[in-house]
Structures are given as structure tokens and as C-alpha cells.
Design a protein around this ligand. Structure first.
Ligand code: NDP
Length: 296
């Protein structure tokens, strides 16, 4: 039986971990707010661990799903953290949407202890996590990924090796930069059309059968903006972090990406305006406020 530890039962971590509460895995979970881990353990066969080290002891695969690489470093290095507890031959799979340079650093430190590392951020949102249909983009060694694959398959449908350590995080950051551009540009388009007297529902119906469509126009805006539901599934603060990683990577590589740079500035301003708990789609509200128009 594969022993799995899951660290971080947040908006997406919780539904991912639920898929690992199956007979073929011996699952232990740790969460900073301990109540979430004990509630999870009560409703599954998992064990709620007292510390990250307690969760990781004897685990074959440890999964982290935390806001950013900063929190992953904390959970690795704290006194009762993963570094001191993970055993040689085990694998750390970081499902955080993290920073490639930090991941290369983690991989090096862990390798010194005989522990393998892959970055494996996910896409598909809370809906995909609940359905077990996430896309998992991996960075690391192919042989290590094959060992971890049965665990990733519990919540992932499309699992792709993107390249060496850090590649999964790079692809994720760039993909979410596109998400940010799509949310902002779709909001701008609908604000303009609303002002011109075209109903947003009619406009989306046409756009979604035309070349301007995206996941934002096909799913996010009809379900969340037109309904004014704005459910909180993926924090704007996390999207700000992701697009920030993308702009940093491009700048380090000397690649001009002016459109994404502008989107990063607008997303950051929206975060400052709406706060740390706002959902990413709420960035549309900032576009509306600036134009003095509600998309309808
Ligand atoms: P949340 O903010 O909902 O949850 C964050 C988790 O990290 C919680 O379990 C929280 O614990 C824990 N945490 C925060 N700070 C610390 C710390 N200093 N030490 C230990 N644990 C900490 O985030 P999500 O679940 O939404 O996102 C997790 C990752 O997945 C992020 O990198 C995000 O970008 C990515 N992602 C999210 C998606 C989504 O739809 N939500 C989609 C795709 C990727 P506590 O319960 O105590 O607050």
C-alpha cells in the first residue's frame, strides 16, 4: 500500500485530498488550521497528523498544496517540518502553483537526503478537483513521475511532464497569466458592449460561437458575472502571485511581454482594491467600476 501525506487542505487541496482517501492509499493529512484536518479525518479513513513531520514520517509520497513557494519553504524547514522527516527513497510532489527557482532549490536540498522532488501544479479549478479531472503539469525526472503517477491519477486526468524541475511551475504561471488577460479583456469587452446597448448575454452567445471565446467567456462570465454570484473558488491574490511569477520569468529571460505586464499591474491593483479574500473573477468588478457600467 502506498503511504501518502497531504499538506494543505485549502480550497483546492481539500477536494484533491478527498480522492486519496481510498483503500489503496494510507493517507495522513496536515493543515495549519488543525480543525480542517480533524474534520477531514472524521469523514474519511485518513489520519489527522499533529505536525508536517508527523504526516510525512514513513510516507512514500508527500504532497504539498500551499499558497506559494514561500509557505512550502516554511513547511519544509520548520522544526517539525518535512525536511527532517522525509525518508530516503520518498518523493515530494509540490502541487502548489510555485516559483521555478524555489523548486530547483528544494529539489537540490532534498536530493542531498535521497528524496526526489517534482513540481506538479494543477489546473481545472475546484470543480475539476472535485471531479478528479485536473490537469497536472510536472517538472522533474520522468522516472520519478512514473513512480508518483498512480497517486497523481487519483485527482488528475491529464498528467504531462513539461521538462526538468521548475517547468511545471513555469507553464502554470504562464497559463494563469493568460487567464488574467482573458478575465480582464472579457470584462472590458462586455463593459463596452453593455454601454453600446448590447446585452451581455447576447454578446457572450455570439462570442462563444466566434473567435474571441475563452474559458472566461464560455464559463466564468456566464456562470459568475452575469449571475452576480462571484463564488470564491480561486483567490485573486493567488492569481496576482501567478502572473507575478510569469512576468519575473520573462524579465529574467529578457523576453518582452508588454501585454502580460499590463495585465499584471491591473490584477495587482484589483487585489489592493478588493482584498485578500476576493475571487479572481471579481477583477471584473474593478473594470466595471472604472467604466461606471455594470455588465448586464
Ligand atoms: P487557499 O488559500 O484556499 O488555501 C491555502 C492552504 O495553505 C490552506 O490549507 C492554508 O491553511 C495553508 N497555509 C497558508 N499559509 C500557510 C503557512 N504559512 N503554513 C502552512 N500552511 C499554510 O489556497 P488554494 O487551495 O486555492 O490554493 C493552493 C494552491 O493551488 C495555490 O498555489 C493556488 O495558486 C493553486 N491553485 C488553486 C486553484 C483554485 O481553484 N483554488 C486552482 C489551481 C491552482 P489554513 O487552512 O490554516 O488557512
Amino acid at each position: 500500500m502506498t503511504r501518502v501525506a497531504f499538506i494543505g487542505l485549502g480550497a483546492i487541496g481539500m477536494p484533491m485530498a478527498r480522492h486519496l482517501a481510498q483503500p489503496q492509499f494510507e493517507l495522513s493529512v496536515w493543515n495549519r488550521t488543525a480543525d480542517k484536518a480533524s474534520e477531514f479525518a472524521e469523514s474519511t479513513a485518513a489520519r489527522a497528523a499533529a505536525t508536517p513531520a508527523d504526516a510525512a514520517q514513513n510516507a512514500d509520497v508527500v504532497i504539498t498544496c500551499l499558497p506559494s513557494s514561500g509557505e512550502v519553504r516554511e513547511v519544509l524547514e520548520r522544526e517539525d517540518g518535512l525536511l527532517g522527516a522525509m525518508v530516503a527513497g520518498s518523493i515530494l510532489v509540490d502541487c502548489t502553483s510555485g516559483d521555478p527557482a524555489a523548486s530547483r532549490d528544494f529539489a537540490k536540498t532534498l536530493a542531498g537526503r535521497g528524496v526526489a522532488f517534482i513540481d506538479a501544479p494543477v489546473s481545472g479549478g475546484v470543480v475539476g478537483a472535485k471531479a478528479g479531472t485536473l490537469t497536472v503539469m510536472c517538472g522533474g525526472d520522468g522516472e520519478v513521475l512514473e513512480r508518483a503517477r498512480p497517486v497523481l491519477e487519483a485527482f488528475g486526468k491529464k498528467i504531462v511532464l513539461c521538462g526538468p524541475v521548475g517547468s511545471g511551475h513555469a507553464v502554470k504561471a504562464v497559463s494563469n497569466a493568460l487567464l488574467a488577460v482573458h478575465v480582464l479583456s472579457t470584462a472590458e469587452a462586455l463593459v463596452a458592449l453593455t454601454r453600446l446597448g448590447v446585452s451581455a448575454a447576447v454578446a457572450l452567445d455570439v462570442i462563444n460561437a466566434s473567435a474571441g471565446r475563452s474559458n472566461a467567456s464560455q464559463n466564468l462570465f456566464p456562470e459568475r458575472v452575469l449571475t452576480r454570484a462571484f463564488p470564491r473558488t480561486f483567490r485573486l491574490a493567488l492569481l496576482d502571485k501567478d502572473i507575478g511569477i510569469a512576468t519575473k520569468l520573462a524579465s529574467e529571460a529578457g523576453t518582452p511581454i508588454p501585454l502580460i505586464d499590463l495585465a499584471a499591474r491591473l490584477i495587482h491593483e484589483a487585489r489592493v482594491e478588493l482584498g485578500e479574500e476576493a475571487d479572481h473573477v471579481e477583477a471584473a468588478k474593478v473594470v466595471e467600476n472604472r467604466a461606471g457600467v455594470t455588465i448586464q
